[in-house]
Design a protein around this ligand. Structure first.
Ligand SMILES: Nc1ncnc2c1ncn2[C@@H]1O[C@H](COP(=O)(O)OP(=O)(O)OP(=O)(O)O)[C@@H](O)[C@H]1O
Ligand SMILES: [Mg+2]
Length: 303
Protein backbone atom coordinates (compact mmCIF):
# COMPACT_ATOMS: atom_id res chain seq x y z
CA UNK A 1 0.00 0.00 0.00
CA UNK A 2 1.16 3.53 -0.77
CA UNK A 3 0.31 6.29 1.73
CA UNK A 4 0.63 9.89 0.56
CA UNK A 5 0.74 12.74 3.07
CA UNK A 6 -0.48 16.24 2.24
CA UNK A 7 -0.03 18.45 5.30
CA UNK A 8 -1.70 21.53 3.81
CA UNK A 9 -4.05 20.48 0.96
CA UNK A 10 -6.05 23.09 -0.93
CA UNK A 11 -9.05 23.55 -3.10
CA UNK A 12 -7.45 24.99 -6.22
CA UNK A 13 -9.83 27.46 -7.84
CA UNK A 14 -8.72 28.12 -11.41
CA UNK A 15 -10.04 31.25 -13.14
CA UNK A 16 -9.59 32.33 -16.74
CA UNK A 17 -8.74 36.03 -16.55
CA UNK A 18 -6.69 37.00 -19.57
CA UNK A 19 -5.50 40.42 -18.40
CA UNK A 20 -6.22 41.00 -14.69
CA UNK A 21 -6.00 44.57 -13.41
CA UNK A 22 -5.36 45.34 -9.73
CA UNK A 23 -7.87 47.71 -8.17
CA UNK A 24 -10.68 46.66 -10.53
CA UNK A 25 -13.32 43.95 -10.66
CA UNK A 26 -11.89 41.27 -12.93
CA UNK A 27 -14.44 38.95 -14.53
CA UNK A 28 -13.38 35.43 -15.37
CA UNK A 29 -14.44 33.67 -18.56
CA UNK A 30 -14.34 30.19 -17.01
CA UNK A 31 -13.64 28.44 -13.73
CA UNK A 32 -12.52 24.94 -12.71
CA UNK A 33 -11.99 23.48 -9.25
CA UNK A 34 -9.49 20.75 -8.38
CA UNK A 35 -8.24 19.18 -5.17
CA UNK A 36 -4.71 20.52 -4.71
CA UNK A 37 -1.55 19.62 -2.86
CA UNK A 38 1.45 17.62 -3.98
CA UNK A 39 0.64 14.43 -2.05
CA UNK A 40 -2.92 14.48 -3.38
CA UNK A 41 -1.60 14.95 -6.91
CA UNK A 42 0.58 11.86 -6.45
CA UNK A 43 -2.47 9.94 -5.17
CA UNK A 44 -4.60 11.01 -8.14
CA UNK A 45 -2.01 9.83 -10.67
CA UNK A 46 -1.31 6.59 -8.73
CA UNK A 47 -5.06 5.89 -8.65
CA UNK A 48 -5.37 6.45 -12.39
CA UNK A 49 -2.46 4.07 -12.93
CA UNK A 50 -4.16 1.42 -10.80
CA UNK A 51 -1.84 1.61 -7.77
CA UNK A 52 -3.67 1.09 -4.49
CA UNK A 53 -3.06 4.07 -2.24
CA UNK A 54 -4.46 6.16 0.60
CA UNK A 55 -4.24 9.96 0.68
CA UNK A 56 -3.88 11.36 4.16
CA UNK A 57 -3.03 14.66 5.80
CA UNK A 58 -5.24 17.33 7.38
CA UNK A 59 -8.56 18.65 6.10
CA UNK A 60 -10.88 21.06 7.89
CA UNK A 61 -14.25 22.74 7.54
CA UNK A 62 -16.39 22.85 4.41
CA UNK A 63 -13.33 23.51 2.24
CA UNK A 64 -11.66 20.42 3.67
CA UNK A 65 -14.81 18.44 2.91
CA UNK A 66 -14.83 19.77 -0.64
CA UNK A 67 -11.16 18.78 -1.09
CA UNK A 68 -11.86 15.25 0.12
CA UNK A 69 -15.08 14.91 -1.92
CA UNK A 70 -13.46 16.09 -5.12
CA UNK A 71 -10.50 13.70 -4.61
CA UNK A 72 -12.91 10.85 -3.85
CA UNK A 73 -14.86 11.71 -7.00
CA UNK A 74 -11.61 10.98 -8.85
CA UNK A 75 -11.51 7.56 -7.18
CA UNK A 76 -8.87 8.45 -4.56
CA UNK A 77 -9.18 6.70 -1.21
CA UNK A 78 -8.92 9.47 1.39
CA UNK A 79 -8.28 9.21 5.11
CA UNK A 80 -7.59 12.77 6.24
CA UNK A 81 -7.38 13.88 9.86
CA UNK A 82 -10.28 16.29 10.41
CA UNK A 83 -9.18 19.61 11.93
CA UNK A 84 -11.47 22.29 13.30
CA UNK A 85 -10.11 25.13 11.14
CA UNK A 86 -10.87 25.68 7.46
CA UNK A 87 -8.54 24.20 4.88
CA UNK A 88 -7.43 26.68 2.24
CA UNK A 89 -8.48 27.78 -1.20
CA UNK A 90 -5.75 28.75 -3.65
CA UNK A 91 -6.71 30.96 -6.56
CA UNK A 92 -4.89 30.27 -9.82
CA UNK A 93 -5.32 32.92 -12.48
CA UNK A 94 -4.88 31.70 -16.01
CA UNK A 95 -3.45 34.95 -17.25
CA UNK A 96 -0.26 36.20 -18.82
CA UNK A 97 1.91 35.86 -16.83
CA UNK A 98 0.28 32.98 -14.91
CA UNK A 99 -0.56 34.26 -11.40
CA UNK A 100 -1.44 32.36 -8.24
CA UNK A 101 -2.67 33.40 -4.79
CA UNK A 102 -1.85 30.62 -2.34
CA UNK A 103 -3.42 30.86 1.11
CA UNK A 104 -1.59 30.01 4.34
CA UNK A 105 -4.01 27.32 5.51
CA UNK A 106 -5.04 26.30 9.01
CA UNK A 107 -2.77 26.43 12.02
CA UNK A 108 -2.18 22.88 13.16
CA UNK A 109 -1.22 21.60 16.59
CA UNK A 110 0.91 18.79 17.97
CA UNK A 111 -2.35 16.98 18.82
CA UNK A 112 -3.23 17.08 15.09
CA UNK A 113 0.16 15.53 14.28
CA UNK A 114 -0.49 12.79 16.85
CA UNK A 115 -3.77 11.98 15.06
CA UNK A 116 -1.93 11.74 11.75
CA UNK A 117 0.72 9.49 13.32
CA UNK A 118 -2.09 7.22 14.54
CA UNK A 119 -3.38 6.91 10.95
CA UNK A 120 0.13 5.95 9.80
CA UNK A 121 0.54 3.35 12.56
CA UNK A 122 -0.45 0.36 10.31
CA UNK A 123 2.47 1.04 7.95
CA UNK A 124 4.80 -1.93 7.60
CA UNK A 125 7.85 -2.99 5.61
CA UNK A 126 5.89 -3.63 2.40
CA UNK A 127 4.41 -0.13 2.36
CA UNK A 128 5.45 3.16 0.77
CA UNK A 129 5.10 6.56 2.42
CA UNK A 130 5.17 9.64 0.16
CA UNK A 131 5.94 12.93 1.91
CA UNK A 132 5.34 15.54 -0.71
CA UNK A 133 5.32 19.31 -0.63
CA UNK A 134 6.68 21.77 1.82
CA UNK A 135 5.28 22.08 5.29
CA UNK A 136 4.36 25.39 6.95
CA UNK A 137 7.42 26.92 8.64
CA UNK A 138 6.11 26.37 12.17
CA UNK A 139 5.91 22.63 11.43
CA UNK A 140 9.27 22.39 9.67
CA UNK A 141 10.20 19.29 11.69
CA UNK A 142 6.99 17.33 11.07
CA UNK A 143 8.37 15.12 8.27
CA UNK A 144 11.31 14.21 10.53
CA UNK A 145 8.89 13.50 13.38
CA UNK A 146 6.78 11.27 11.13
CA UNK A 147 9.92 9.44 9.99
CA UNK A 148 11.11 9.05 13.57
CA UNK A 149 7.89 7.17 14.38
CA UNK A 150 8.15 5.02 11.24
CA UNK A 151 11.93 4.41 11.36
CA UNK A 152 11.57 0.89 12.74
CA UNK A 153 8.91 -0.20 10.19
CA UNK A 154 11.32 -0.50 7.28
CA UNK A 155 8.81 1.12 4.90
CA UNK A 156 10.02 2.81 1.70
CA UNK A 157 9.94 6.58 2.07
CA UNK A 158 9.66 9.00 -0.86
CA UNK A 159 10.39 12.67 -0.15
CA UNK A 160 9.64 15.57 -2.48
CA UNK A 161 10.54 18.64 -0.45
CA UNK A 162 13.06 21.43 -0.49
CA UNK A 163 15.76 22.86 1.75
CA UNK A 164 15.85 22.03 5.44
CA UNK A 165 12.71 19.88 5.22
CA UNK A 166 14.56 17.58 2.83
CA UNK A 167 17.85 17.75 4.75
CA UNK A 168 16.09 16.67 7.94
CA UNK A 169 14.70 13.56 6.18
CA UNK A 170 18.06 12.32 4.89
CA UNK A 171 19.27 10.68 8.15
CA UNK A 172 16.23 8.35 7.82
CA UNK A 173 17.69 7.01 4.56
CA UNK A 174 14.64 7.67 2.32
CA UNK A 175 14.19 5.23 -0.56
CA UNK A 176 13.75 8.08 -3.03
CA UNK A 177 14.13 11.85 -3.05
CA UNK A 178 12.86 13.90 -5.99
CA UNK A 179 14.22 17.42 -6.24
CA UNK A 180 14.03 19.36 -9.48
CA UNK A 181 17.39 20.58 -10.71
CA UNK A 182 17.05 24.08 -9.24
CA UNK A 183 15.92 22.71 -5.85
CA UNK A 184 18.97 20.41 -5.95
CA UNK A 185 21.26 23.37 -6.73
CA UNK A 186 19.67 25.40 -3.92
CA UNK A 187 20.48 22.61 -1.42
CA UNK A 188 24.16 23.20 -2.12
CA UNK A 189 23.99 27.00 -2.66
CA UNK A 190 24.79 26.34 -6.30
CA UNK A 191 22.32 28.07 -8.63
CA UNK A 192 21.74 26.76 -12.18
CA UNK A 193 23.92 23.64 -12.04
CA UNK A 194 24.96 21.96 -15.28
CA UNK A 195 23.92 18.32 -15.79
CA UNK A 196 27.36 17.14 -14.70
CA UNK A 197 27.26 19.30 -11.57
CA UNK A 198 23.72 18.07 -10.80
CA UNK A 199 24.86 14.45 -11.07
CA UNK A 200 27.66 15.14 -8.66
CA UNK A 201 25.24 16.84 -6.20
CA UNK A 202 22.89 13.85 -6.51
CA UNK A 203 25.86 11.65 -5.52
CA UNK A 204 26.41 13.89 -2.52
CA UNK A 205 22.70 13.53 -1.57
CA UNK A 206 23.16 9.77 -1.73
CA UNK A 207 26.12 10.03 0.63
CA UNK A 208 23.97 12.18 2.96
CA UNK A 209 21.41 9.36 3.17
CA UNK A 210 19.11 9.23 0.10
CA UNK A 211 19.05 5.74 -1.45
CA UNK A 212 17.87 6.79 -4.91
CA UNK A 213 17.87 10.36 -6.25
CA UNK A 214 15.46 11.29 -9.05
CA UNK A 215 16.24 14.73 -10.45
CA UNK A 216 13.65 16.31 -12.72
CA UNK A 217 14.77 18.84 -15.30
CA UNK A 218 11.56 20.14 -16.86
CA UNK A 219 11.67 19.91 -20.66
CA UNK A 220 15.08 18.17 -20.38
CA UNK A 221 13.50 15.11 -18.75
CA UNK A 222 15.03 13.52 -15.65
CA UNK A 223 17.91 11.43 -14.36
CA UNK A 224 18.08 8.82 -11.64
CA UNK A 225 21.09 8.00 -9.51
CA UNK A 226 20.35 4.58 -8.08
CA UNK A 227 21.34 2.91 -4.83
CA UNK A 228 23.98 1.06 -6.85
CA UNK A 229 25.33 4.40 -8.17
CA UNK A 230 23.96 3.65 -11.64
CA UNK A 231 23.14 6.78 -13.62
CA UNK A 232 20.02 6.49 -15.80
CA UNK A 233 18.69 9.38 -17.91
CA UNK A 234 15.56 9.93 -19.95
CA UNK A 235 14.76 12.87 -22.19
CA UNK A 236 11.27 14.37 -22.27
CA UNK A 237 8.92 14.02 -25.22
CA UNK A 238 8.35 17.58 -26.33
CA UNK A 239 4.98 18.83 -27.46
CA UNK A 240 2.34 21.39 -26.63
CA UNK A 241 2.53 22.61 -23.02
CA UNK A 242 -0.83 23.42 -21.43
CA UNK A 243 0.24 23.62 -17.77
CA UNK A 244 3.38 22.44 -15.97
CA UNK A 245 1.64 22.39 -12.57
CA UNK A 246 1.89 18.92 -11.04
CA UNK A 247 4.43 17.63 -13.58
CA UNK A 248 6.86 16.74 -10.79
CA UNK A 249 4.11 14.96 -8.86
CA UNK A 250 3.13 12.98 -11.97
CA UNK A 251 6.81 12.05 -12.44
CA UNK A 252 7.02 10.78 -8.84
CA UNK A 253 3.75 8.83 -9.16
CA UNK A 254 4.76 7.33 -12.52
CA UNK A 255 8.14 6.30 -11.12
CA UNK A 256 6.53 4.63 -8.10
CA UNK A 257 3.94 2.87 -10.25
CA UNK A 258 6.67 1.68 -12.62
CA UNK A 259 8.82 0.31 -9.82
CA UNK A 260 5.85 -1.38 -8.14
CA UNK A 261 4.70 -2.96 -11.42
CA UNK A 262 8.05 -4.28 -12.60
CA UNK A 263 10.66 -3.52 -9.94
CA UNK A 264 13.09 -2.35 -12.58
CA UNK A 265 14.58 1.15 -12.32
CA UNK A 266 14.85 1.62 -16.10
CA UNK A 267 11.13 0.99 -16.57
CA UNK A 268 10.28 3.06 -13.50
CA UNK A 269 12.19 6.06 -14.85
CA UNK A 270 10.53 5.68 -18.27
CA UNK A 271 7.07 5.53 -16.68
CA UNK A 272 7.87 8.55 -14.48
CA UNK A 273 9.11 10.70 -17.34
CA UNK A 274 6.16 9.63 -19.50
CA UNK A 275 3.80 10.70 -16.70
CA UNK A 276 5.59 14.07 -16.33
CA UNK A 277 5.44 14.69 -20.08
CA UNK A 278 1.77 13.68 -20.18
CA UNK A 279 1.04 16.04 -17.27
CA UNK A 280 2.22 19.17 -19.07
CA UNK A 281 -0.10 18.44 -22.02
CA UNK A 282 -3.26 18.64 -19.93
CA UNK A 283 -4.76 21.35 -17.74
CA UNK A 284 -4.64 19.26 -14.55
CA UNK A 285 -3.18 15.73 -14.21
CA UNK A 286 -2.88 13.03 -16.88
CA UNK A 287 -5.05 9.96 -17.33
CA UNK A 288 -3.52 6.49 -17.70
CA UNK A 289 -3.95 6.48 -21.49
CA UNK A 290 -2.17 9.88 -21.75
CA UNK A 291 0.82 8.33 -19.95
CA UNK A 292 0.77 5.01 -21.77
CA UNK A 293 0.64 6.65 -25.18
CA UNK A 294 3.94 8.45 -24.43
CA UNK A 295 5.70 5.56 -22.71
CA UNK A 296 7.05 3.92 -25.87
CA UNK A 297 8.59 7.27 -26.89
CA UNK A 298 10.74 7.54 -23.76
CA UNK A 299 14.29 6.32 -24.18
CA UNK A 300 16.29 5.54 -21.06
CA UNK A 301 20.07 5.59 -21.40
CA UNK A 302 22.86 4.59 -19.04
CA UNK A 303 23.05 1.90 -16.43
N1 LIG B 1 8.12 21.62 -20.98
C1 LIG B 1 8.05 20.30 -20.82
N2 LIG B 1 7.91 19.47 -21.87
C2 LIG B 1 7.83 18.13 -21.71
N3 LIG B 1 7.89 17.52 -20.51
C3 LIG B 1 8.04 18.29 -19.41
C4 LIG B 1 8.12 19.71 -19.50
N4 LIG B 1 8.24 20.19 -18.23
C5 LIG B 1 8.23 19.11 -17.42
N5 LIG B 1 8.12 17.98 -18.11
C6 LIG B 1 8.06 16.60 -17.58
O1 LIG B 1 7.68 16.64 -16.22
C7 LIG B 1 8.75 16.15 -15.38
C8 LIG B 1 8.83 16.96 -14.11
O2 LIG B 1 9.06 18.31 -14.46
P1 LIG B 1 9.74 19.41 -13.53
O3 LIG B 1 11.21 19.23 -13.51
O4 LIG B 1 9.22 20.71 -14.04
O5 LIG B 1 9.16 19.05 -12.10
P2 LIG B 1 8.94 19.98 -10.83
O6 LIG B 1 9.67 21.27 -11.01
O7 LIG B 1 9.21 19.18 -9.64
O8 LIG B 1 7.36 20.22 -10.94
P3 LIG B 1 6.29 20.58 -9.81
O9 LIG B 1 5.87 21.97 -10.16
O10 LIG B 1 5.19 19.59 -10.00
O11 LIG B 1 6.95 20.48 -8.48
C9 LIG B 1 9.99 16.20 -16.26
O12 LIG B 1 10.94 15.23 -15.84
C10 LIG B 1 9.40 15.89 -17.63
O13 LIG B 1 9.14 14.50 -17.73
MG1 LIG C 1 8.54 19.65 -7.70
Amino acid sequence: MVYTVTINPALDYHMEVAAPVFGEINRSTGETVYPGGKGLNVSIVLTRLGVENVATGFAGGFIGEAIVHSAQAMGVRCDFVPVDKESRINVKLHSRPETAFNSAGPRLTDADLDRLLAKLAPIGPEDYLVLSGNVPEEHADWYARILTQLASTGCCVVVDAMGDTLWDCLPFRPYLVKPNISELGALYDFPDPSLEEAVSMAGQLRREGAQNVLVSMGAEGAFLLTEGDQLLSAGAVLGPVVSTVGAGDALAAGFLAGSLFCGHKTNALAMGVAAGCAAVRVSHLPQKQDIMSLLSKIEVTGG
